[in-house]
Design a protein around this ligand. Structure first.
Ligand SMILES: [Zn+2]
Length: 434
């Protein structure tokens, strides 16, 4: 898990950057340039040049992806009202949304067809406006804020908003079937915070600290402390999730150019699918369900290869008592098929059935990490069996992936991993830094 170095993107910027992920592999960045107009730069197999979007702007831009192929950008205009510009097969003109605003806007996509915008108003409190088949009026959320708010969508039906409060600490307010009160997250901040959702159950917040360096705090079943990422920054950072296991952070540097830093190379389970009989839950679905769970351990899952195996004699494979270290002759034969797989890659054999009948079995010969999954397995079986391969044992709790009562009985999708399980998985040689 490594932060990569700062990279200059050039340009002559007079505001902090505002960034928005738009679609897989594409990243859009907005700033004000020397003429106070809005400028746009995007990454699409390489960075493209700055494009002026016009407008006379008096605040930094805030941008949000809303739906496939659509970008919404918000700024304050010369009348201190909120202005809105959007891309939908071409850029549309600025539209005034009204309001008397005293901060730059922060916007968050929440759901299909719904867009939420947050600003500080003339009373230094947080105000909220939303689009839901038309713009709804400003709603006061209260709080005594000393920075522009930052908002992030986190999960379906949930919005998280961050701001610095009157004590220069970070404050957090969230919507989860109703707005909850401000909660102080501590820290001594010298910039407005920036937040990026990364993956289900994980939230990353960035700010500059007292030393002008970039600081990072994250939520992963509880808030973790600030971590300095270094760099000498002259603007508040802006962060965006781009892709699974990737975060991009932008800031103005000492030369007023835009700087870019990114994080990838996270621990990864590399899977290889060997298919004797196609499972009822498609392999792609089972891999995605596994990602949903393993994300809570900070572990990515890649399906590195898929191969059909014509081995009818092993399609109802004898797994004996399914005990690690006690594999049968048929298991030894089956697990010998490791085409394309590196020593620490996990090979999963999709068979018609096991004998005796189980959803799956993770017992494997030494040096051949892998598992079998039966045709009638559930959507969680793959993640469960690979959990065993990574060293996890059964528990008596149907809220958790490793329930020993059958993954068909899991009651809270995606099922949980507890802290000690995450540590075990991260310590396994089969969650590799790739
Ligand atoms: Zn099990």
């Amino acid at each position: 898990m490594t932060w990569l170095g700062w990279e200059s993107l050039g340009g002559t910027l007079t505001s902090g950057p505002g960034v928005s992920s738009w679609s897989r592999g594409r990243l859009d960045t907005f700033v004000r340039g020397t003429d106070s107009a809005l400028w746009h730069k995007w990454f699409d197999n390489g960075w493209s040049g700055w494009e002026s979007l016009g407008g006379v702007l008096t605040s930094e831009p805030a941008a949000v992806s809303w739906a496939s192929g659509r970008i919404d950008v918000f700024v304050r205009g010369t009348d201190s009202a909120l202005w809105h510009k959007w891309f939908d097969n071409g850029w549309s003109g600025w539209e005034s949304l009204g309001g008397v605003l005293t901060s730059a806007p922060a916007a968050a996509s929440w759901n299909n067809g719904r867009l939420d915008v947050f600003v500080r108003g003339t009373d230094a409190a947080l105000w909220h406006k939303w689009f839901d088949n038309g713009w709804s009026g400003w709603e006061r959320l209260g709080g005594v804020l000393t920075s522009a708010p930052t908002a992030v969508s986190w999960a379906s039906g949930r919005i998280d908003v961050f701001a610095t409060g009157s004590d220069s600490a970070l404050w957090h307010k969230w919507f989860d079937n109703g707005w909850s009160g401000w909660e102080s997250l501590g820290g001594f901040l010298t910039s407005a915070p920036t937040a990026a959702s990364w993956r289900s159950g994980r939230l990353d917040v960035f700010a500059t600290g007292g030393d002008s360096a970039l600081w990072h705090k994250w939520f992963d079943n509880g808030w973790s402390g600030w971590e300095s990422l270094g760099g000498t920054l002259t603007t508040a950072p802006a962060a965006v999730s781009w892709d699974d296991n990737r975060i991009d952070v932008f800031a103005g540097g000492t030369d007023s150019a835009m700087w870019h830093r990114w994080w990838d190379l996270v621990p990864t389970v590399r899977l290889h699918a060997k298919i004797l009989t196609a499972p009822n839950v498609p392999v792609a679905t089972a891999v995605q369900r596994m990602r949903d769970v393993y994300a809570n351990a900070g572990i990515a899952v890649t399906l590195a290869s898929t191969e059909n195996l014509n081995l009818p004699a092993l399609d109802d494979v004898d797994v004996g008592e399914c005990r690690l270290g006690q594999t049968t002759a048929e298991q030894n034969q089956l697990f010998g098929n490791r085409n394309n797989a590196g020593a620490n890659d996990v090979v999963v054999y999709f068979v018609r059935s096991t004998n005796p009948p189980f959803n799956g079995c993770a017992a494997h010969p030494a040096g051949r990490p892998g598992a079998v999954v039966a045709q009638g397995a559930t959507q969680w079986t793959l993640g469960h069996e690979v959990g065993h391969v990574l060293g996890l044992r059964h528990v008596d709790d149907n809220d958790r992936l490793m329930t020993g009562n059958g993954t068909a009985n899991i009651t809270n999708p995606p099922p949980d991993l507890i802290a000690s399980e995450r540590q075990t998985m991260l310590a396994s040689p089969f969650s590799q830094d790739v």
